[in-house]
Design a protein around this ligand. Structure first.
Ligand code: ZN
Length: 496
């Protein structure tokens, strides 16, 4: 075997071990660390980040890459070697294209931006936040210029989160989704617009919620011998490595859906991580493809599985037995309560239908900011215009308007589209799974989730990063990514 390739693979794997250790101590930092351990933990993380950065930008990576590119190893573009070389090249270029000075400035501005955002958001203080966001937007434009682009400066920023994706590509799938969603909203009947949501805001004791969530996560296929469920203020999942993918959730004793669907969501992420091909761990062939594909897995288990009537035909008797609050509540009433559709101001609380509208207008705004078509000083007004146009609402303040999300304050411009792309991929994959497997709903109603998980493992998880997202959806479903699968699903569910 080629020596340069062997060196690159060993280098990649060793760096992956460092990243994995970093993930583990970052998980601990958010879960069980003693209060006085934070300063030392921050120092540990900084050292690891430095080591990882040195290894990622090691000039030998560039040298060895040029020795293997264009050789026998890259002849078959989907072979393990060709895939690894392709993705190592991408990462090396990204890591070395940004001047050191700019990288440091970005890190600093993002850290400051987020700190200030956390502090001033509760006080609704946009004026103080504005210069910090202006600084971030300026630096992100510089970053786009350093990375280079063909069509527009938003493209390389988006590509950082969603490999191979472009603004024009996103706009092409978002446009029909936006039009049809706004029309769909008008057709949704009252049973979903105004269900009795009092049912799910009764008292649901925390320990019982935990027991129930764990049982459901295990039933859909999350292996607790390879995972954990703990509590954090902001739920997340982390794939430490083979046999170790952990999740967290948060409980609200007076709002059943929060912990339950949050757990299904994070379990979906974890099951993807646990399904990656172990023999390729530490190289791109064994890594997740992108944020949107990751999100397609979490959203599928949370929504396309977890919010179906069939799913609850199986789980509802156990839920009724566990929670006295559900005594006398019919399955249908419960199903409608967890599926209420109603335009609202806050993205993270939005339902399946309106959620995508929140994302589409954020994409339009951040694209305009980076293009230079919109100034940060005009952002609050532009935001309110979009909320009126898309959702028919007017934000009462900045805190629940333009300042509601953490993303921009932390320099994450180009991240938002991955959420809705995730919904689109989920619906398209799910439609194909149904075509291949037959009556999924009948299986769910019997508590059988293994066939779907096996299908996802084989078609998506086991692929690692062999294909870029758009290629993956084409290979798996035989079609380009299209809005109609998500639209058909939403229409079928809410309008019939
Ligand atoms: Zn997620």
């Amino acid at each position: 075997m080629n020596e340069a390739y062997q060196w690159l693979a060993a280098h990649s794997r060793e760096t992956a071990y460092l990243r994995s250790i970093k993930k583990l101590i970052a998980w601990d930092q958010r879960t069980f660390i003693p209060e006085k351990g934070h300063a030392h933990r921050a120092a540990q993380l900084a050292v690891l980040a430095k080591l990882i950065h040195e290894r990622d930008t090691d000039p030998r990576v560039g040298e060895y890459l040029s020795k293997v590119e264009g050789t026998e190893l890259t002849r078959e573009p989907e072979s393990t070697e060709a895939v690894n070389i392709r993705e190592w090249r991408r990462a090396f270029d990204l890591n070395t294209k940004i001047p050191q000075e700019l990288a440091v400035a970005l890190t600093k501005a993002s850290a400051e931006g987020q700190t200030v955002w956390e502090k001033v958001r509760p006080a609704n203080d946009w004026q103080t936040f504005q210069p910090y966001l202006e600084r971030i937007v300026t630096l992100k434009k510089e970053q786009a210029a350093a990375l280079g682009y063909d069509a527009e400066p938003y493209d390389p920023l988006l590509d950082l989160y969603e490999v191979g994706e472009t603004a024009a590509g996103v706009a092409a799938v978002f446009a029909p989704l936006r039009e049809a969603t706004i029309r769909l909203l008008e057709e949704i009947p009252d049973e979903f617009r105004r269900p009795d949501t009092g049912i799910i805001t009764r008292h649901f004791p925390r320990d019982l919620q935990e027991k129930f969530s764990r049982a459901a996560a295990a039933r859909i296929g999350y292996d607790f011998a390879a995972g954990r469920l703990d509590v954090t203020a902001h739920p997340f999942s982390t794939g430490v490595g083979p046999g170790d993918a952990r999740i967290t959730t948060r409980y609200d004793e007076h709002f059943f859906p929060m912990a339950f669907f949050g757990t299904l969501h994070e379990a979906g992420h974890a099951m993807y991580n646990l399904g990656l091909p172990e023999e390729h761990w530490g190289t791109p062939r064994g890594e997740p493809v992108s944020l949107a594909i990751h999100e397609s897995q979490s959203r599928m288990w949370e929504n396309l599985v977890g919010r179906t009537l069939a799913f609850w035909q199986y789980f509802y008797p156990a839920a009724q037995e566990m929670f006295p609050a559900l005594e006398g509540v019919s399955l249908e009433a419960f199903y409608r309560a967890i599926n209420r559709v109603e335009p609202s101001l806050i993205r993270v609380e939005a339902d399946e239908v309106t959620y995508n509208l929140h994302i589409i207008f954020r994409f339009e705004l951040e694209r305009a900011l980076i293009k230079g078509d919109l100034e940060v000083s005009d952002l609050p007004e532009a935001w309110n215009d979009k909320v009126r146009e898309f959702l028919g609402l007017t934000p009462p303040d900045y805190a629940d308007g333009v300042m509601q999300d953490v993303h921009w304050s932390g320099g994450h411009i180009g991240y938002f589209p991955t959420y809705t792309l995730g919904n689109l991929y989920a619906a398209q994959f799910f439609a194909k799974a149904r075509e291949d497997l037959g009556g999924l709903e009948e299986m769910f109603a019997r508590g059988e989730f293994a066939p779907l998980l096996a299908w996802l493992r084989e078609n998506i998880h086991a692929q690692g990063s062999r294909y870029r997202p758009r290629d993956l959806v084409r290979v798996v479903t035989g079609k380009e990514l299209e809005a109609r699968y998500l639209l058909d699903y939403l229409k079928g569910k809410f309008v019939g």
